[in-house]
Design a protein around this ligand. Structure first.
Ligand code: ARG
Length: 569
């Protein structure tokens, strides 16, 4: 794709002693098009050249030799050098690329040769899959698809919480009262009840606690009965989680949970011991990170059992050896920030490549708060994620029933809209921010929502349906799209791959969500100002072709976020 920034930077590089790459980082996009499409600020050069910025700008303007077919005009504005691109060339380039790449428009190979692990979802078996797990699932899934689209070798990992001393308790509880509970029917709820009951008993009775500890020990040693039960807890929990993954259409390449690292922890402890970074503290084994302001990282509890942090360390080592990754992203709530700082610090002693160490990153997201009162809950005030997803679908079904009772594929469309709405709501703001979940906002067909984007898509689709044929690139006249509202759409489309690159640079999928809003709004303005079904075939085909481009990019972009397009709305 034609890269105007590069063209400009290369021309500037020939006149001053800075390399193209650095110049590119200085080039800005002015706040309004009247000021130009790109601007090069000369302030940074003022110090080096010991001249005033406007003088530098004027000098550069004289010296610069640039392709005048691509760049129509250069203007000096204060300390800025402003560039005006040739709109017709821009339009042609964008639409030609869409024509060539179709649904792959925006993809690239910048990630070729690089491996990125994205760890997301990671719920705990025999426990509720809560609203925070929904967020990591949605954010991680979006990052996963975007990295892939940019050519990275991407591996999605579900680091299931399927290990720890609590399973010693759960086994004991089941052994005592298992028959009283219908686990197959309601696995998570029933297992939670058993857990609470046995945990209470443990608090009263030290002897029971010892038995539970012993159970976990047996589990670690591969005892048949304990293994069988644990496997069953894991299976029924996974089956339950799978229902949510199916609704969201989320998949993983690897389902290696914490238990996978059970036999790999001794080695890690050895390495840390040999590096002389461990010590005893109140019977536990720790790595003291006080001097780095990170407290202490507990490796092994006083009762000898392994814990979360050690399993994470084993996972880092395993992943570095297995994948030799360039990045390993942990999409986990910000509450665990200290934990990740600690394990990344301790990982420095694990004898893994520098590249992997530098690639460890905690992608933090904020909490979801529910604007309660309006959320119907089955029991008490704990909202089950599956109920939430299903409620979203059924609310959309009701809206469809009112707005468009004749709709075909009602069920399929309601699912796409209901699920898409929840996904979009999780991604439309900077992910570190806490998010407020409010049905009315989430499901609105107007505003910055998933349904709005789908609505614009469906509108573009109906324009093309009305046209009755698929417009072809060879039949269009790019000079007919240089008006303000068409150019806004073109400029947005042109930015698509840039936005995707920013997403992976910052691990911020909300940038893509914002992009989709902008594209939808700009297309809406275009649509309101330009009639597509005009008599003049050239004009009609040209506008229809832009519509086709928008439709394609919305579908691709939303698809990367995990949002599917309905056929009608
Ligand atoms: N299972 C944990 C939880 O639900 C999240 C795991 C995050 N990943 C990790 N590698 N520690 O809180």
């Amino acid at each position: 794709m034609l890269n105007f920034k590069e063209v400009i930077a290369e021309a500037i590089a020939k006149t001053i002693e800075l390399d193209t790459k650095e110049i590119i980082t200085y080039i800005e996009v002015p706040p309004s098009k009247e000021m130009g499409d790109y601007a090069f600020p000369c302030f940074k050069l003022a110090k080096i050249l010991k001249k005033a910025p406007p003088a530098i700008a004027n000098e550069l303007k004289e010296k610069i030799k640039i392709d005048d077919v691509l760049i129509k005009e250069i203007r000096v504005e204060g300390g800025y050098l402003n560039f005006f691109v040739n709109n017709e060339i821009l339009v042609k380039n964008v639409l030609e690329q869409i024509n060539q790449k179709q649904e792959n428009y925006g993809s690239s190979d910048i990630g070729n040769g690089k491996t990125v692990l994205v760890e997301y979802s990671s719920p705990n078996i025999a426990k509720e899959f809560h609203i925070g797990h929904l967020r990591t699932t949605i954010i991680g899934n979006a990052l996963y698809h975007i990295y892939k689209f940019l050519g990275y070798n991407t591996i999605g990992i579900n680091h299931l919480g399927d290990y720890g001393t609590q399973f010693g308790k759960l086994i004991e509880g089941y052994k005592r009262w298992g028959t009283e509970y219908d686990i197959e029917a309601n696995p998570i709820e029933e297992l939670t009840k058993i857990y609470i009951r046995i945990n209470d008993l443990c608090k009263e009775d030290e002897e029971v606690l010892d038995i539970c500890r012993d159970n976990f020990k047996k589990l670690e040693d591969g005892d048949n009965y304990c293994m069988e039960l644990w496997n069953w807890f894991r299976d029924v929990s996974l089956k339950e989680f799978q229902k949510m993954y199916d609704l969201l259409d989320v998949k993983f390449d690897s389902l290696k949970g914490e238990s996978f690292y059970a036999d790999k922890m001794d080695k890690i402890e050895d390495i840390l011991d040999k590096a002389k970074v461990t010590k005893e503290s109140q019977g536990a084994k720790i790595v003291d990170l006080e001097d780095k302001g990170l407290g202490v990282c507990i490796i092994r509890k006083s009762d000898g059992s392994t814990i979360y942090a050690l399993r994470d360390l084993a996972a880092i080592k395993y992943r570095a050896e297995t994948y030799d990754f360039d990045k390993c992203l942990y999409v986990v709530a910000y509450e665990q920030a200290l934990h990740f700082k600690q394990i990344f610090e301790v990982a420095k002693y694990l004898e893994i490549p520098e590249k992997c160490l530098n690639g460890l990153e905690h992608v933090q997201y904020g909490m979801t708060r529910l604007s309660t009162g309006r959320m119907s809950t089955r029991k008490g005030n704990v909202i089950r994620v599956r109920d939430l997803l299903e409620e979203s679908i059924s609310r959309i079904e009701k809206i469809i029933e009112e707005k468009n009772p004749e709709m075909k594929d009602k069920e399929e469309n309601a699912k796409k809209i209901g699920i898409g709405a929840v996904i979009f709501n999780n991604l439309c703001n900077t992910i570190i921010k806490d998010q407020i979940f409010d049905w009315e906002t989430v499901l609105s067909f107007n505003g910055e929502t998933g349904p709005y984007i789908q609505y614009v898509y469906v509108r573009a689709k109906s324009v093309l349906d009305k046209l009755g044929y698929i417009p072809e690139f060879k039949d269009i006249d790019v000079s007919l799209l240089t008006d303000v509202s068409s150019m806004k759409v073109i400029n947005t489309l042109y930015n698509f791959s840039n936005v995707l690159e920013n997403v992976v640079e910052k691990n911020e999928p909300s940038l893509l969500a914002r992009f989709l809003i902008e594209l939808s709004q700009n297309y809406t303005d275009f649509y309101n100002e330009n009639k597509v079904m005009v008599d003049d075939k050239k004009l009609r085909d040209t506008r229809a072709y832009l519509t086709l481009g928008v439709q394609t990019v919305i579908k691709t972009g939303a698809g990367l976020l995990g949002i599917k397009m309905p056929t009608e709305m």
